[in-house]
Design a protein around this ligand. Structure first.
Ligand code: HEM
Length: 411
């Protein structure tokens, strides 16, 4: 079974979700329409069920901060994004509600703290240089996704967790299948089992031979009755590996395209590398790569933006619509419009990492990776350019995380 196509189940009053970005650089047009009309709107998902969609920045924050809007995928009314999600994620901290979610999450936060991730900066710079050396040695054109955007975050998350990077073909395939909505039910289940077997063997190896890495620390300090169930550890590690590289890899590819297509912004960053932190925030806002999350289900009647969500109804948020909300971005005097890329903008209050208690655990790591990568890339390869015409760029059409399937570049 594959995911149902938009034409099959969407209706005029409740269009299919997720909606395509008809222009690769814009929010889905219906989400923009909904945002400008105000309020919450109905959308239809793959199984034909209808849920509410929040599109305004203020409504999105209100949804994600509301304690009666639950993240628990085991709730039968939860808006699932594909048929076999609960098998995979049910019971994991990220799909639980507080206080259980908070109790488990705090066992992981130290590993991804600002301090810990900043301490990785030198190592990330070293990896960045190695990858640039590799591209230069190969000679253009190269596929930037395979040669840079994927290996940088993959190697970083492998170092943190203690996953052997040599196995990247395997875990990148698992992660990619986890986000590609065109992968069918059986194939997804097969890959989930394959991934579970791989991470189970790895966890068992760490149990026998602990090392200075996150999996070993989790085994030593955070498993058992008060921590993570031992049998959930392989699932947790798989999710961290997937979330840790798939998202940032897409951001690195898309952000590089944005800089190549906006040479004024690229030159600004090259001349003022201290803009790297605001450039990273602006890229996160501008691209808003997470297309199908966050999703919640109402545990009681809740009012958001003057709209009543009844107990048992699902709510989805459109991060890109919220991050392009002209009420919040581009509203200041002299500020660029919300749909325009401006790496000097103060975009810190974007919702690309979500909001509230489930806000992205790996955000500090993702930030440092982007802050290190772009200035170094354009410093070392100043004449980096697309090796294909802009219209030939291959943007993902039906994925949980937006990105490029390949990015041919040369210099
Ligand atoms: C640019 C990169 C990234 C983006 C845009 C992103 C986006 C998001 C978003 C929107 C959420 C909220 C989901 C919700 O509320 O339901 C989230 C949660 C999460 N992210 Fe990320 N993420 C990124 C990188 C990472 C990295 C590098 C990791 C590495 C560990 C990671 C791990 C997680 C985890 C574990 C959660 C669940 C947190 C919780 O439920 O408490 N993410 N991310």
């Amino acid at each position: 079974m594959t995911t149902t196509t938009p034409e099959a189940v969407g209706t005029a009053d409740a269009p299919f979700f997720p909606a395509p970005r008809s222009c690769p650089f814009s929010a889905p047009p219906r989400h923009t329409e909904f945002r400008e009309a105000g309020g919450l709107h109905q959308v239809t998902i793959w199984d034909g069920s209808r849920h509410w969609l929040a599109t305004r920045h203020a409504d999105i924050r209100a949804v994600l901060a509301h304690p009666a809007l639950s993240a628990d995928v085991r709730n039968p009314d939860f808006p699932l994004v594909h048929s076999n999600q609960p098998e995979h994620e049910g019971g994991l901290f990220l799909r639980l509600d507080d206080p259980e979610h908070a109790r488990l999450r705090q066992m992981l936060t130290k590993e991804f703290s600002v301090k810990r991730t900043r301490a990785m900066r030198e190592k990330l710079l070293e990896i960045t240089d190695e990858l640039i050396d590799g591209m230069l040695a190969k000679g253009g054109p190269v596929d930037f996704i395979q040669d840079f955007a994927l290996p940088l975050p993959s190697r970083a998350i492998c170092l943190i967790l203690g996953v052997p990077y040599e196995d990247h073909d395997l875990f990148q395939r698992h992660a990619n299948a986890g986000t590609d909505l065109d992968v069918g039910h059986e194939e997804r289940a097969r890959l989930q089992h394959e991934a579970f077997a791989y991470y189970s063997a790895l966890v068992e190896r760490k149990r026998r031979e602990p090392a200075d890495d996150m999996i070993s620390r989790l085994l030593a300090d955070h498993t058992g009755p008060d921590g993570f169930a031992l049998e959930m550890l392989p699932v947790l590690v798989g999710i961290l590996v997937g979330a840790g590289h798939e998202t940032t890899a897409n951001m690195l590819g898309l952000g590089t395209v944005a800089l190549l297509l906006n040479p004024d912004q690229r030159d600004r960053l090259r001349e003022r590398p201290e803009l790297a932190p605001s450039a990273a925030e602006e890229m996160l806002r501008y691209w808003s790569i997470v297309s199908t999350d966050p999703r919640r289900v109402a545990l009681e009647d809740v009012e958001i933006g003057g709209h009543l969500i009844r107990k048992g109804e699902g709510v989805i948020v459109s991060l890109i619509a919220g991050n392009r909300d002209p009420r919040v971005f581009g509203a200041g005097e002299g500020e660029c419009p919300a749909d325009t890329l401006d790496i000097g903008r103060n975009a810190r209050n974007h919702v690309a990492f979500g909001f509230g208690s489930h806000q992205c655990l790996g955000q500090n790591l993702a930030r440092v990776e982007m802050q290190v990568a772009w200035p170094r890339l354009f410093e070392r390869i100043p004449d980096l350019r697309l090796a294909v015409a802009e219209v030939q760029l291959d943007f993902k059409k039906n994925s949980i995380v937006y990105g490029l399937t390949s990015l041919p570049v040369t210099w």
